[in-house]
Structures are given as structure tokens and as C-alpha cells.
Design a protein around this ligand. Structure first.
Ligand code: HEC
Ligand code: HEC
Length: 308
């Protein structure tokens, strides 16, 4: 309980602290699980060693964008209520929360999602397009200042590490297949007990001064139907390692799968590759573990047909 209250305090204060020079804040880097033998996590440098001059300024702007991506809301490059740090926790520095220091050293890489070799810049654009729901399917250009700054920040947190696309702590938890098929009703129970206190009973998160302090999990301000997080397996792995916030690895695998299915069985912004018809879009892009195009467990409407 003390731990919980502490976290709430941090979360509520964060946006206020962030306004000015939050780049001096430090984050816990370790994951919430015990490390395996010989496993170590890369440790980003501390802010004292920030380079001076243009590069240092670019890194700071990148960090600021990462923490408060809503700066780009007016431009339409962000078209929901999310910030990068909502999923890449602790400014993209925390192990098992898809940290930037493990991602930066993993590109170029071939991706089945767009069937070509992606640079790190392409990957940043991808999260704008899907997780941040960029307006009209238009993320910032690869050579835009925003992408350059996020790139500089990611480079900086990776500095001193090794180039390896499989660093310990990359991505989310390794979670086994569930013993029982994920179930909506069980997921709802987990949700109301373990998640609603922060993300609200209706999944819409909570705002202070029009800024989300607890991000929405579905609805118009959440990630869209094309985002990695809409997949049940990806969300289960994220949730297992990172949620409830500050209590990663406390849920059973089954609970993580059930609640992932629950949150991803609600409407959210439309898939940016939408072909005008849910069935065709599902056929083309959703041959994976998601609920797009399936009947809603609540009212049987086809998920995606009432997307925002
Ligand atoms: C809704 C949650 C969410 C938000 C918000 C989000 N991302 Fe992601 N991001 C993901 C998920 C999930 C993946 C892994 C997706 C996959 O592989 O299917 C990912 C992957 C990435 C990767 C590649 C990681 C790797 O190890 O290869 C980068 C880089 C990245 N995101 C950057 C960003 C940036 C920058 C922002 C903000 C502009 C952002 N993301 C916002 C969920 C999110
Ligand atoms: C103590 C409050 C708290 C609890 C309880 C909690 N979360 Fe979160 N959750 C957060 C915060 C805050 C973030 C964003 C992290 C950040 O910005 O540092 C987040 C982020 C997320 C995200 C990624 C961002 C998004 O909006 O999609 C998902 C998914 C998520 N939580 C699911 C859950 C689930 C499922 C549970 C219950 C098992 C849960 N959370 C319990 C506070 C909480």
C-alpha cells in the first residue's frame, strides 16, 4: 500500500515536474524480475555527462518529446492522448518495457509488418503512425527535427553499450502461452480489481488539467487498431512485465492474457491501413493474435466497424 501511494504520488507529480527541466530526473532502469545468471542490463549514462552544444540540445528535446509527446498534438503528428513513455516506461530506459537502448542497436532490421528493411527512423515513424495515431496516416518525416531529436535521445541512452539485436531487457516479458484460452469475463474481473483504480472503470484513463496522468486503454484517445499493443500476445507481455504500474511480474500469466484480451476487445481509432471494409482489412493485415474483425463479447458488433 505504501508502495502504491508512492507511485501514485510520482505519477501525479510527474507532469508538473516535467514542465521545465525534467531531463535531470533519473529513472530506475532494472526490470521488476530477478535477473538470470550472467544477465545484466545496459545502464544509460547519467545526465551529468550530456554533451554540450547542439547535440546536447537535440538529446534534451528528444527526451522532452518522449515524455510529453502531446507537444505535437496540434500538428496532428500525435492524434490521441498518448506519450511515448506511456508504453516505453521511464523515458524508454526501463528494461522489459521496450527500452530505446535495446531498440537503437537493433536496426536496420527486416520487418514483416511492412515487408522491407527498416532503419531506426522508420521504426520511430511506425510508432507515430500506429501507437500515436498520426492524423491522416502521416507521421513526421524521417528527416524532421522531431525524428532527429528522438534519434539523438535514443543514441544517447544506448551510448557505451554493445550493438546487438537481442540485448537482455529488449521488448517486454517472455510470457508463455496461457493454459486456458484467454477469456473476456475473467479479464474483466482482473481489470476491475487491478487496473480500474488508475485507468478508470471505463478504460478512459484519468486527466488532470487536460493531460492524461493515467493513459486510456481504449477509446478515441488510445492506440489504434494497427498498433503493436492491440495484439493480445504483445499486450499480455507488456502487462506481465509492467502492470499494475510499479508491480511488474505480480500478475499470473493467465491473468495477463485474460486482461489483455479484455482491454483489446473494445473499440479504438481505426487501423490506418483501413481499406474501407473491416473484413478486407482484417484479411490483409490482421492474420495474427488480435480481435479486429471479430464480434465484440459485449454486444456482438464487429470490432473495427465502430472504430473512431
Ligand atoms: C501504446 C503503446 C506505445 C506507445 C504510446 C509508443 N509505442 Fe513504441 N512500441 C510499442 C510496442 C507494443 C512496440 C513493439 C511493437 C511490435 O513489435 O509489434 C513498440 C516498438 C517501438 C520501437 C522498436 C523497439 C524494438 O525493440 O525494436 C521503437 C523504437 C519505438 N516503439 C519508439 C516509440 C516512440 C518514439 C514513441 C512515441 C513517439 C512510441 N514508441 C510510442 C508500443 C508503444
Ligand atoms: C497505479 C496505477 C496503475 C495501475 C493500477 C495500472 N496501471 Fe497501467 N499504466 C499506468 C500508468 C501511469 C501508465 C503510463 C506509464 C507512464 O507514463 O509512466 C500505464 C500504462 C499502461 C498501458 C500502456 C499505455 C496505454 O494507455 O495503453 C497499458 C496497456 C496498461 N497500463 C494496462 C494496465 C493493466 C491491464 C492494468 C491492470 C492489470 C494496469 N495497467 C494497472 C498506471 C497504472
Amino acid at each position: 500500500m505504501i508502495m502504491n501511494r508512492y507511485i501514485l504520488y510520482i505519477v501525479l507529480l510527474a507532469p508538473m515536474v516535467m514542465a521545465e527541466d525534467a531531463y535531470t530526473e533519473l529513472h530506475e532502469i532494472g526490470s521488476m524480475r530477478d535477473l538470470k545468471d550472467n544477465e545484466t542490463h545496459h545502464q544509460p549514462q547519467d545526465w551529468q555527462s550530456l554533451p554540450e552544444g547542439e547535440l546536447g540540445e537535440s538529446i534534451k528535446r528528444g527526451y522532452s518529446l518522449f515524455m510529453n509527446t502531446q507537444q505535437l498534438h496540434k500538428s496532428g503528428k500525435v492524434n490521441n492522448g498518448m506519450n511515448c513513455t506511456n508504453c516505453h516506461i521511464g523515458g524508454g530506459q526501463v528494461a522489459d518495457a521496450a527500452p530505446m537502448w535495446a531498440a537503437y542497436v537493433s536496426y536496420p532490421a527486416y520487418r514483416g509488418k511492412n515487408k522491407r528493411v527498416n532503419t531506426f527512423g522508420d521504426r520511430l515513424q511506425g510508432c507515430f503512425l500506429y501507437s500515436m495515431n498520426a492524423k491522416d496516416g502521416k507521421p513526421p518525416e524521417v528527416l524532421s527535427q522531431e525524428i532527429k531529436d528522438l534519434n539523438a535521445y535514443s543514441y544517447w541512452v544506448s551510448f557505451g553499450g554493445v550493438v546487438d539485436n537481442n540485448l537482455p531487457g529488449r521488448g517486454f516479458a517472455n510470457i508463455d502461452k496461457p493454459k486456458q484460452e484467454p477469456d473476456f469475463a475473467r479479464g474483466e474481473e482482473v481489470y476491475q480489481k487491478q487496473c480500474a483504480v488508475c485507468h478508470a472503470e471505463n478504460g478512459q484513463g484519468r486527466q488532470v488539467a487536460e493531460r492524461y496522468v493515467f493513459p486510456p486503454l481504449w477509446g478515441k484517445d488510445s492506440y489504434n487498431w494497427g498498433a503493436g499493443m492491440h495484439r493480445i500476445n504483445t499486450a499480455a507481455a507488456f502487462i506481465k512485465a509492467n502492470m499494475p504500474l510499479g508491480q511488474g511480474y505480480s500478475l499470473s500469466d493467465q491473468d495477463a492474457w485474460d486482461v489483455a484480451l479484455y482491454i483489446n476487445s473494445h473499440e479504438r481509432p481505426q487501423e490506418p491501413r483501413f481499406k474501407g471494409n473491416v473484413e478486407q482489412t482484417k484479411e490483409a493485415f490482421h492474420q495474427h493474435n488480435g480481435t479486429y474483425g471479430l464480434p465484440s463479447p459485449l454486444d456482438k458488433h464487429i470490432l473495427g466497424s465502430q472504430a473512431y
